[in-house]
Design a protein around this ligand. Structure first.
Ligand SMILES: C[S@@+](CC[C@H](N)C(=O)[O-])C[C@H]1O[C@@H](n2cnc3c(N)ncnc32)[C@H](O)[C@@H]1O
Length: 267
């Protein structure tokens, strides 16, 4: 246990086997997979690649990778919590319970591709974890890191939405040590590790019209509600009104951005 962050990701904060978490991961995938898979396609992922999907969640990206690399390649989908990966099956795909902060390199290393989405920002030891991920690349192998970025919620014209989303950011920072500002420095963490062909982009989904992003944030806010209230980060009334907004087909705003950075290990 860390004195500064009394809990880890799955310690009753997020994660777990509940159906609500499955729906939250599915909504996340609906919002983000098109962006992720387009980038992976542009980066040349193809038949025969050996891929590591870190913190695979419900495995939607791992399934896409398995289809892309075919049985000639291999995909290792890892997570500390396999609750939502049990049904994942494809030729060349294996699922592994694995703590990326401390377990040895997964079987299959070194990899042609290492991908982690919405994982490192939640781990206080993210810099050491990034060192580990880079060390698991083969020469010329590609790493892609995606992280929530603390932008542009603070400029929301809707005070209820702004306060509730800020409370999500603060409660994760105070309970598990999430850093939603880390990705503002992308692609710095990859440049400083001497990767080549480094690039970056960002994705800023509209949240509203009761779309998948709004649903995902509503489930996240509901899940974090007790922690937000016990830490006094927002009132119950604010949280409830924000939940109403997130199910209102007439409400639209921008939620957190996703920052994406990629690079290749030198040959
Ligand atoms: C926000 S979810 C993202 C899931 C998936 N990557 C996606 O984008 O759809 C974060 C995932 O990281 C996993 N995770 C958290 N800490 C981890 C650790 N130390 N090692 C491996 N996975 C971890 C969680 O269990 C969870 O499945």
């Amino acid at each position: 246990m860390n004195d500064a962050w009394p809990r880890r990701y799955a310690d009753e904060v997020l994660g777990g086997a509940a159906d609500g978490e499955r729906r939250r991961l599915a909504a996340m995938a609906a919002v983000c997979d098109p962006v992720t898979t387009r980038l992976l396609d542009e980066l040349g992922v193809t038949a025969g690649w050996r891929c590591l999907e870190v913190g695979a969640g419900a495995g939607s990206v791992a399934a896409w990778l398995a289809d892309r690399v075919t049985a000639a390649g291999q995909v290792t989908a890892t997570d500390i919590d396999l609750s939502h990966l049990a049904g994942l099956s494809a030729p060349g795909l294996s699922v592994l319970r694995h703590d990326v902060t401390r377990d040895p390199a997964p079987p299959g290393a070194p990899f042609d591709l290492v991908h982690a989405r919405f994982v490192l920002e939640h781990l206080p030891e993210r810099e050491q974890v990034l060192d580990r991920l880079v060390s698991w690349l083969r020469p010329g192998g590609t790493i892609v890191v995606e992280s929530i970025a603390s932008f542009p919620v603070a400029s929301s014209p809707n005070p209820t939405f702004r306060q509730a989303m800020t409370a999500i950011e603060q409660v994760l920072a105070r309970t598990i040590g999430t850093d939603s500002t880390w990705a503002r420095g992308f692609p710095g963490p990859l440049r400083s590790r001497h990767l080549v062909d480094v690039g970056t982009s960002s994705h800023l989904p509209t949240t509203g019209g009761a779309n998948a992003s709004a649903y995902c944030w509503a489930l996240t806010l509901s899940r974090l509600r007790p922690h937000i209230l016990s830490l006094g980060l927002a009132t119950a009334d604010t949280v409830d009104r924000a939940l109403d907004l997130l199910t209102d087909p007439a409400f639209f705003d921008l939620s957190f951005a996703t920052a994406i950075a990629w690079g290749r290990a030198p040959e």
